[in-house]
Design a protein around this ligand. Structure first.
Ligand SMILES: Nc1ncnc2c1ncn2[C@@H]1O[C@H](COP(=O)(O)OP(=O)(O)OP(=O)(O)O)[C@@H](O)[C@H]1O
Length: 566
């Protein structure tokens, strides 16, 4: 006897349920509907009329079956996060390991090792973000992010000569074993040579100092006849502003080395040494290039040791610190006294104005406000590196959840394990008293070190960093004053004894290893102790797993919003 449609639907539903392709709930619905029709027909005493068998599975059921199949296929295709091979993230608990080849889906929530780190039971847990590159990207990368392999017309591959810098400069660079420009240098030097105001944002250690110094020295040499260079009545033509005395000294050394063939005079003035030291910098006339901290420069201006109207190049280095509230007032006063060019034509000719270069890795919100007071923001060209605000892929970074009382022991252990070829170690604390206290603790353990923090008298600070750079001592305990700009090629390990209070501080501290011209290798070890540290660690771990930039960091200058009158 032919089966009625209701009976067929019931059997199909049963089969689908056994197959597991649709939910039992859906089968029950189809089943009860068909059964009620069946029983209604029996109740009416009707036998089902013979009909051709048409099997109709409800459309909704078909769609659900397809959905279930699709999800199953996707789950089978998914690469498990914990697997053999090179690991991007290595955790104490291997469940949280992430392979280098694994890419998180756009909407997929990453499984974080640090997720439970607000819980007291998590002390002792750790994870490492392994290095995935042996050489920093800013060395190998081309303009468009590809590996650089282009040649100029003369066949020179990515050389400083190809950037049209004068021969003496190229030879001086070669004598310092610097032959190929980094990405930021390739992008910044031509713009500065053409006379543009430039805002240069690139990752730590990528060679920003040479990116602005080389074109400035090249142009100074073009603008000045030799007799003017030797003239004792010379004028200061280039000013480099930096936030700390140590950085000022470092940049002065680079400027002197690069300008040595042209006999330019470079002088440094920094705060904390009294007016006498500032006067001394000008006693034999104005230097051609002046490297200064804002406070010291203002003192020199108040005493009329120089006139900023005569300056042709004004550089603001370490912009994120220079535009923060502790410096911004002084910076504004300095920039307002400088006649900054508002267009390309104003950077040429006899009555020329100053070319402005703002350099840094992050730009706080107020940058646009201040710059728009001194120049036309539209005239500024921006150079921004592709990997800006990414965690450095060539540096291993380890995060350890550790109790406050155990940090000294962990540090002692880490210092003992430092490889002999990577001698220099930087230990960062958030506060000056912690630097002092930790110093005493390490002294008791018999570990040689030096300390550097902002509350030290200038005379004590003098030379500490230079001695560390020279290798006279291997461990430097410091606050964030050593995290900005200081070139630390010999450093192999950075320890965040106190977890940094912001991403910016984390990026700058970590940036003391893996610098251009260095060995490339390095390790950052961060102690995570407090609940408020964990919020930052979550975001850093998420950025690493997603291979994205750290969130919420400014890289653009924004024009100030115009207030509407009501
Ligand atoms: N083209 C190059 N080739 C090799 N080494 C270079 C090159 N350019 C610069 N360096 C070296 O790289 C190191 C880092 O350079 P620099 O201090 O200018 O970096 P930076 O981008 O200013 O870093 P930070 O953001 O920390 O201030 C220096 O020792 C410098 O001599």
């Amino acid at each position: 006897m032919p089966l009625s449609r209701s009976v067929i639907k019931m059997r199909l539903a049963q089969a689908a349920c056994l197959d597991g392709s649709v939910s039992k709930h859906l089968v029950r619905q189809v089943f009860s509907c068909a059964a009620s029709r069946c029983s209604a027909a029996v109740a009416r005493g009707l036998d089902a009329p013979p009909q051709p068998v048409v099997i109709r599975v409800p459309r909704r059921a078909q769609e659900r079956v397809e959905d279930v199949k699709r999800v199953r296929r996707k789950n089978l295709a998914r690469v498990p996060t914990a697997q053999a091979g090179k690991l991007l993230i290595k955790s104490k608990n291997p469940v949280f390991n992430q392979a280098v080849g694994y890419t998180l889906g756009r909407f997929e929530e990453p499984m974080l090792t640090s997720k439970g780190w607000k819980n007291n039971k998590s002390f002792g847990d750790y994870f490492s973000i392994n290095s995935t590159q042996s050489v920093p990207l800013f060395i190998t990368e081309g303009k468009d992010g590809t590996k650089e392999d282009r040649h100029d017309q003369t066949g020179r591959r990515g050389t400083f000569g190809a950037l049209h810098l004068c021969t003496e400069l190229v030879e001086t660079l070669q004598s310092h074993n610097i032959s190929h420009p980094t990405t930021v240098q390739k992008q910044t030097i031509p713009k500065l040579l053409r006379g543009h105001n430039v805002l240069c944002a690139a990752e730590t250690g990528s060679g920003k100092t040479l990116a602005y110094l080389l074109p400035i020295i090249h142009k100074l040499r073009q603008e000045m006849p030799p007799e003017e260079i030797m003239d004792s009545e010379r004028k200061t033509r280039a000013v480099v502003l930096v936030p700390s005395r140590e950085l000022a000294q470092q940049i002065t050394l680079v400027a002197r080395a690069m300008s040595q063939p042209f006999r330019f005079v470079t002088k440094v003035v920094g705060g904390g040494r009294g007016v006498g030291s500032i006067k001394a910098a000008f006693c034999h006339g104005q230097p051609h290039i002046l490297v200064a901290t804002p406070g010291a420069l203002l003192k020199a201006l108040w005493r009329s040791y120089l006139d900023l109207h005569e300056v042709h190049y004004m550089v603001v280095d370490e912009a994120d610190t220079m535009f923060d509230p502790s410096f911004v007032g002084m910076l504004e006063e300095i920039l307002l006294q400088t006649q900054v060019a508002a267009s390309l034509s104003e950077t040429e000719g006899l009555i020329r104005k100053a070319q402005l270069v703002v350099v840094g890795a992050t730009f706080p919100g107020g940058v646009g406000e201040l710059l728009s007071k001194v120049t036309d923001l539209g005239s500024m060209l921006t150079v921004k590196s592709r990997m800006l605000h990414y965690l450095m892929p060539h540096v291993k970074q380890t995060f350890l959840k550790v109790r406050s009382a155990e940090k000294v022991l962990e540090l002692h252990q880490a210092l003992k394990e430092v490889a002999p070829q990577q001698k220099g170690v930087l230990v960062f604390c958030n506060k000056a008293p912690t630097v002092n206290w930790l110093g005493y603790a390490l002294e008791e353990m018999g570990l040689r070190h030096v300390r550097l923090q902002g509350q030290m008298p200038a005379a004590m600070r003098e030379g500490i960093f230079r001695n560390f750079q020279k290798g006279l001592v291997d461990v430097l305990i410091c606050t964030d004053i050593a995290s900005r700009g200081l070139d630390t090629q010999r450093v192999g390990l950075v320890v965040n004894y106190d977890f940094p209070e912001s991403y910016t501080d984390y990026i700058h501290r970590a940036g003391r290893v893996g610098r251009a011209g260095g060995s490339g290798a390095g390790h950052v070890l961060s102690f995570v102790t407090y609940r408020w540290d964990v919020d930052l660690v979550w975001k850093i771990e998420t950025a690493a797993r997603r291979r994205m930039a750290l969130p919420g960091m400014e890289t653009q200058i924004h024009k100030p919003s115009t207030k509407s009158c009501s």
